[in-house]
Write a protein that binds this ligand. Structure first.
Ligand code: NAD
Length: 291
């Protein structure tokens, strides 16, 4: 694993993702300073207790002195105000400061950068680690979260090559595999592989829960349904933000899904054995990808 040579990292939003980044860097032998900004003071206190950060606070503008890289790890819709504060206060940071993020959607965050700075500055490299869980908060921070997971960076054409290399080095130090993609492709791909499956889990679990307030029926559920409830147990604020931010790509993947579901419904309705077997065969073969 390569090491991260930053002198001072500032993590804005010390939750599962930001906290796990700090934990992974600590474990990699990172020598620099790690500070954090979080609107929730108890996350900062816990981050210090756990030895993940050196210091922190809740006022971003007061934490920028001498920072070399800022990592935005707040929920997607909170990026706007954080980016605006950064644009207004970055003169307090060292020159060469690089800004990156971990948000699950990319187009709306790029828009935030444009609104805040007038354009996406060459020192901004947006990204998204494809790792996480249904847990949230720094208490769930896991130093191994990113090992062998992909991190997608979505640099703009005007990106500074040095800034890009530094963000790559940050993630390589956590054990992740870094790759690049356009913002548009990122949002379309993630709508299909992550956002749609979460929407289905939320919908399925909510549909059953509404029918039976005491959740008696859950007693008769086996592993498959349990897996759906694990996904549906994800943080509501984080997911609200994702569905608001990535609306168009999610709607398009939902259209495809609804068409597939309608075909399957028809097959069930008419007892179409061939259609049912063909669908289940395709789906069960697709599972081999992960073997
Ligand atoms: P989290 O809830 O664990 O942490 C978010 C933290 O941000 C919280 O501690 C909250 O207090 C803080 N915060 C919110 N608004 C703030 C503000 N304006 N200023 C300072 N702090 C603020 O969430 P998380 O799971 O770590 O997700 C963080 C980001 O990572 C989100 O953008 C999410 O889309 C992305 N992400 C999450 C996962 C996942 O599986 N959880 C995976 C990849 C990317």
């Amino acid at each position: 694993r390569s090491s991260c040579q930053e002198s001072h990292l500032l993590i804005v939003g010390l939750g599962l993702i930001g906290g796990s980044l700090a934990a992974a860097l600590r474990q990699s032998g990172f020598k620099g300073h790690i500070s954090a900004c979080d609107s929730n003071a108890s996350e900062i206190a816990l981050g210090i207790d756990l030895g993940l950060i050196d210091h922190g606070g809740s006022q971003l503008a007061e934490l920028l002195d001498d920072v070399s890289m800022v990592i935005l790890a707040v929920p997607v819709l909170a990026m706007e105000s954080v980016m605006a504060t950064l644009a207004g206060s970055l003169h307090r940071a060292s020159k060469n400061v690089v800004i990156t993020d971990v948000g699950s959607t990319k187009a709306t965050i790029r828009d935030c950068a444009v609104r805040a700075f007038g354009e996406v500055p060459p020192s901004v490299v947006l990204g998204h680690p494809i790792a996480g869980s249904e847990k949230s908060g720094v208490a769930a921070a896991d130093p191994a979260l990113y090992i062998n997971h992909k991190v997608i960076l979505t640099p703009e054409p005007n990106v500074d090559a040095g800034a890009l290399a530094r963000v790559e080095a940050l993630w390589c130090a956590t054990g992740a595999d870094v790759l690049q993609m356009s913002v548009e492709r990122h949002d379309q791909v993630l709508a299909r592989t992550s956002h749609l499956p979460h929407l289905l889990a939320f919908s399925l679990v909510d549909t059953l829960a509404r029918q039976d307030e005491r959740l008696e029926i859950f007693r008769y559920a086996a592993g498959g349904f349990r897996d759906f409830t694990r996904i549906a147990g994800s943080d509501p604020v984080m997911w609200r933000d994702i569905f608001i931010a990535n609306r168009d790509a999610v709607l398009s993947s939902l259209d495809d899904f609804e068409a597939g579901l309608a075909r399957l419904r028809k097959a069930v309705e008419s007892g179409d054995s061939d259609a049912l077997i063909a669908t289940f065969d395709r789906a069960s073969h697709a599972r081999h990808y992960f073997d």
